[in-house]
Design a protein around this ligand. Structure first.
Ligand code: NDP
Length: 399
């Protein structure tokens, strides 16, 4: 079928590369390009020999010029951005200049403000329409599959959805006192920010970790979870008709929270640069450098993740509830692709999203969030490519 240019060579990229190689009918060729080329070469080394042809390249994705040169040389059908959110706009600019489809798994966030929202990327709508190319935003698990689940619930089970609770549970244990499951800088920026939820057309802001609930997750058990702001709340608030409230909860263990509080209290999570022995450093970036590399957690993580959405709404005049979720086992992911479940649950939907665009199922000029497309082929692909979904029509609700 075609060729994908994958930008980034970290935890998520590694899963995307594995999955593209498993799906060689669609991904006949891939180029893995990142800041550190040796990481791209290591992935190529691991996976070459199959049907998908793999090449590698060095690129600084902060530079539109370098990206344009690389895209012109590689001539991909799509650019899969699994670098960091800071690179979203430069990569979108390069796609516009070369008229190549774009997708990512996280929305743009300026390096110095720790505030993620879609406004920067939605501002590209008209430019992408005019260029006749597609940008698919936020196609990991959350955001990503959670939006597909919402579109699926809306299409098949509800006349109107009134409430969505997105529940993200990671019950994996890596054995370290403190580590983050994906890029520590992005992860800590997300959890130390104020929480918020969407209600009756407005954001309701909370203090960080102010709202706590306990939920008994299928196949995992009872866990503490906390309300966070999360990027899909913004797009779902616009795209799900009749929606009154959307909340996002993520589970955290007490040890993680105690460590985080301590790091916060001593200033280690700050993104304000400080002068240290004549050199300017950002405390959070320094912290990232001393924490375990998320990629190293794979072989040591045991347990499962459970991520899904609970919907409340109306069908044929009756109140209805519906829970759809995926359970993923860290050790099984590691056996299959050499990564733990957090990277796996992001990388598989990224490959599927790219496949949807490349096969024309999700291709139309403009900038879109996943819930704006037909969820059915994506749901089918989740079952086929390693993230099967389960349904419950009488779930426990979150109060
Ligand atoms: P990693 O930190 O493991 O990997 C990021 C990669 O991007 C690294 O290879 C890094 O290169 C590369 N990179 C960073 N800056 C540049 C640059 N300027 N030019 C070229 N390459 C660059 O992150 P993850 O794999 O964990 O996460 C990838 C993305 O997935 C992030 O945007 C994250 O927010 C998102 N994500 C989304 C989820 C979802 O469910 N939607 C869940 C988890 C993550 P180097 O090796 O040199 O540092």
């Amino acid at each position: 079928m075609g060729k994908a240019l994958i930008i980034g060579a970290g935890g998520v990229a590694s899963v995307v590369v594995h999955k593209c190689c498993q799906n060689s009918e669609v991904f006949e060729e891939i180029c893995i390009a990142s800041r550190t080329k040796s990481k791209c070469d290591a992935l190529k080394e691991k996976l070459q020999g199959g049907k998908t042809k793999i090449t590698t390249a060095q690129v600084d994705a902060d530079s539109v010029e370098e990206l344009v040169a690389l895209i012109k040389e590689q001539k991909p059908d799509i650019v899969i951005n699994v670098a960091l959110p800071y690179q979203d706009l430069t990569i979108m600019d390069a796609c516009l200049e070369t008229k190549v489809d774009y997708m990512d798994t996280a929305n743009y966030e300026p390096l110095d403000t720790a505030k993620f929202e879609y406004k920067w990327q939605w501002a590209y709508r008209e430019k992408f329409e005019k260029a006749g190319i597609t940008a698919l935003l936020g196609c990991g698990f959350d955001p990503g599959v959670t939006g597909v689940f919402s579109a699926y619930a809306q299409k098949h089970y509800f006349d109107e959805i009134h409430e969505i609770d997105i529940l993200d549970c990671n019950a994996g244990d890596h054995g370290y006192p403190f580590a983050t499951n994906f890029n520590p800088e992005i992860n800590i920026r997300e959890v130390s920010a104020k929480g918020s939820y969407w209600e009756n057309g407005h954001w309701v802001e909370t203090e960080p970790m102010e709202i706590k609930r306990v939920y008994n997750f299928p196949e995992v058990g009872e866990k503490d979870m906390y309300l966070l702001h999360h990027e899909e709340l913004e797009s779902l608030g616009l795209n799900i008709k009749g929606i009154k409230r959307i909340r996002f909860f993520m589970t955290f263990g007490q040890s993680y929270l105690t460590h985080l509080k301590c790091l916060e209290n001593v200033g280690m999570t700050s993104i304000e640069p400080i002068n240290f022995e004549g050199k300017e450093i950002v405390p959070l970036q320094f912290l990232k450098a001393v924490l375990p590399d998320p990629a190293s957690l794979g072989p040591r993580t045991k347990g499962k993740t459970n991520i899904g959405c609970i919907f409340k709404g109306i069908k044929d005049g009756e109140e209805k509830t519906y829970y759809v979720y995926n359970v993923c086992d860290h050790e099984e992911c590691y056996k299959e692709v050499g990564s733990q479940a957090v990277s796996y649950t992001t990388g598989v939907p990224a490959m599927i999203g790219a496949m949807m665009v490349m096969t024309g199922k999700w291709k139309k000029p403009g900038v879109y969030n996943v819930e704006e497309f037909d969820p059915d082929p994506f749901m089918e692909a989740l079952n086929k490519w390693g993230l099967p979904f389960k349904e419950n029509f009488n779930p426990d609700l979150v109060d």
